[in-house]
Design a protein around this ligand. Structure first.
Ligand SMILES: Cc1cc2nc3c(=O)[nH]c(=O)nc-3n(C[C@H](O)[C@H](O)[C@H](O)COP(=O)(O)O)c2cc1C
Length: 313
């Protein structure tokens, strides 16, 4: 089946380490996002049976959800990918996404993430081994290039498709830019021209208007939204033009509930602090309530504060 028909719609929630946890993914699905992605998970850590890495694979979807769920793996050893993609915990996902765009020094220095944009033969082996040993579609996420002098996204995309990838996501920044400057949609457009679809355009898409403009300009099949969905997962319903009721408190409760199903309460309370700061951002008096929330390490205490705060805004 063509990837374009495999997903219910061309919207993807781009992976964000520390944010796209199971609770957040659940909400993106609730609001109709076609493809949600886990935080990046180290293939080597899975091979070494690291419990925290396996925790990142947990979670559930809303009943009758049409969304597909991808697990994102990072690493650089084709044999490690060949082994871990066969695990039941990986094969339960609908899609396997490979991270070839992470710019962080400690990842790149190991030859992982965007370092693979400098070694196309190795990147190709990682993809082809993953495809060979997985029953699920394999996608690849990468950047415009490593540096401004080495913009190779079109060539890289061609390599991905030739190695068996079903779709690619292109973030229009180089590794050198990290997250600064503007995402360059011209490069995404040249990827679509050179390699064809399905391509997801990524970078700085924060509204329905941005999404429509980027799709039109690049000719990309889909768009992937990262930071623009944090704190407002309903952005997907907005872009799809599906009517939705916004109930911030209910969504926050759902986020807690999904995480509490498999993580200790202390961990959930700690993780939720950063999410609450974004859910409540911009509301009058948020600073005071966040100061209070930061002192609480129980989910019930935090939720009580959120409820009282929202009653009065
Ligand atoms: C806090 C943070 C964590 C990220 N984690 C990942 C990750 O785990 N895997 C990945 O491929 N990209 C990751 N990214 C990159 C995003 O997926 C995305 O490519 C980038 O933020 C640009 O899109 P945006 O402007 O819509 O956020 C991360 C970005 C941020 C800001």
């Amino acid at each position: 089946m063509k990837f374009e028909s495999f997903v219910a719609n061309p919207l993807m929630q781009a992976p964000l380490a520390g944010y796209t946890d199971a609770g957040f993914r659940y909400l993106c699905c609730k609001y109709g996002c076609g493809l949600v992605v886990t935080e990046m998970v180290s293939a080597m850590s899975l091979k070494q049976k690291n419990r925290v890495a396996f925790d990142l694979l947990k979670g559930r979807m809303p009943k009758n959800s049409v969304s597909k769920v991808a697990v994102q793996l990072f690493g650089h050893d084709p044999e490690v990918f060949a082994e871990v993609v066969r695990y039941d915990e990986i094969q339960k996902f609908d899609v396997i996404d490979i991270n070839m765009g992470c710019p962080v020094h400690k990842v790149v220095k190991n030859g992982d993430g965007s370092a693979l944009m400098l070694d196309l033969p190795l990147a190709s082996k990682v993809i082809s081994q993953t495809v060979k040993h997985s029953k699920k579609p394999v996608t690849v996420k990468f950047r415009k290039g490593f540096t401004e002098n080495n913009v190779n996204a079109p060539e890289f995309a061609k390599m991905c498709f030739e190695s068996g990838a079903s779709a690619v996501t292109v973030h229009g920044r180089t590794r050198e830019q990290m997250y600064t400057g503007q995402a360059d949609m011209e490069t995404v457009r040249s990827v679509v021209e050179a390699a064809g679809n399905p391509v997801y355009a990524n970078g700085d898409i924060k509204s329905k208007e941005d999404a429509d403009r980027v799709k039109q300009y690049t000719g990309a099949f889909g768009i992937a939204i990262g930071r623009g969905a944090v704190g407002k997962p309903y952005i997907y319903a907005d872009i799809l033009g599906v009517p939705f009721e916004k109930n911030l408190y209910d969504d926050i409760c759902t986020h807690y509930d999904v995480l509490l199903e498999f993580l200790p309460e202390k961990v959930v309370a700690c993780e939720m602090k950063k999410h609450l700061a974004v859910y409540l951002k911009g509301l009058r008096g948020v600073k005071n309530v966040m100061n209070e929330i930061f002192t609480r390490n129980s989910a019930d205490d935090q939720l009580r504060l959120v409820k009282d705060f929202l009653k009065n805004v």
